[in-house]
Design a binder for this molecule. Structure first.
Ligand code: NAP
Length: 263
């Protein structure tokens, strides 16, 4: 399989739109979150990365530092209130403000049909995929600068929840609504937008992308005839978070190789 997770973005190809800015990205020690941190960091942001495991945080911090990126790494399971608050407090203690929040964490704990789902699985989906994004923003909002920007990471599944991950898709649909609701609530101080990735071969999606039949079926429905890369998602997120998108709020960009054109 081709490696779609390379961080091929080099500083020579990109600008410095985030010079002097501070960006907090959740679930960012690998996959899409890591690439977003990498991209924003290459463009000059001080990036605050986090995930559940200290070892993953340490490794990701080292990789970013090796590229000359200013990075703070913290353990933060998004469901843990104390760790969420610590994430914001440590960020403000070190940098004094927050310009960008990318809410990227998600779980997909069950392949059950919605009507067969355990209550615990429904709770986890709501909690990790939607509720903790709101709670994190409640903690962050006092420190958000004028002109700040929020980006939620939804999914192409938001538009047509696939069987086998239908309730996951529904939580991602909720993020589309949350984007619009918060865009109104947080304007004009803060913009709120969303990226809906297509399929990207990461650890999270390996149960899909490692299966040749499913993978071929996805490629068959993708006009651009390839899977997405984490850098594709990072580029769209960086655009929405940047001043290049200063007149855009409440919107979702689908980054799925044209797949939504065929839904
Ligand atoms: P990934 O490569 O598996 O990375 C997940 C990252 O999140 C890791 O750094 C992991 O580190 C961390 N993490 C997992 N659970 C966490 C939690 N509860 N709290 C904090 N950190 C947590 O996943 P990905 O594919 O990049 O997915 C990122 C986002 O993209 C998700 O919102 C997902 O729904 C969305 N998305 C992905 C695809 C795709 O095809 N890959 C498609 C559409 C949407 P630790 O293990 O150390 O916690």
């Amino acid at each position: 399989m081709e490696n779609n997770n390379n961080n091929n973005t080099s500083s020579s190809k990109i600008g410095r739109r985030f010079e002097g800015k501070v960006a907090v990205i959740t679930a960012s020690t690998q996959g899409i979150g890591f690439s977003i941190a990498h991209r924003l960091g290459l463009e000059g942001a001080s990036v605050v990365i986090s995930s559940r495991r200290q070892r993953n945080v340490d490794e990701a911090v080292e990789k970013l530092k090796a590229q000359g990126i200013d990075v703070l790494g913290l353990v933060c399971h998004v469901s843990n209130q104390q760790q969420r608050r610590n994430l914001i407090q440590q960020t403000v203690q070190k940098y004094g403000k927050i310009d960008v929040v990318v809410s990227n964490a998600a779980a997909n704990p069950s392949v059950d049909a919605i009507l067969d789902s355990q209550e615990s699985a429904l709770d986890k989906l709501w909690e990790i995929n939607v509720k903790t994004s709101i709670l994190l923003l409640q903690d962050a909002s006092p420190y958000l600068t004028k002109g700040s920007s929020i980006v939620f990471i939804s999914s192409i599944s938001a538009y047509q929840p696939p069987s086998g991950m239908a309730m996951y898709g529904v939580t991602k649909t909720a993020l589309l609504g949350l984007t619009k609701a918060l865009a109104t609530e947080m304007a004009p101080h803060t913009r709120v937008n969303c990226v809906a990735p297509g399929t990207v071969p990461t650890h999270f999606a390996s149960f899909i992308t490692d299966n040749d039949t499913i993978r071929d079926s996805i490629l068959g429905k993708t006009p651009l005839k390839r899977l997405g890369t984490t850098d594709d998602m990072a580029a769209a997120t960086a655009f929405l978070a940047s001043d290049d998108a200063s007149y855009i709020t409440g919107e979702t960009i689908v980054v799925a190789g044209g797949m939504s054109a065929r839904l």
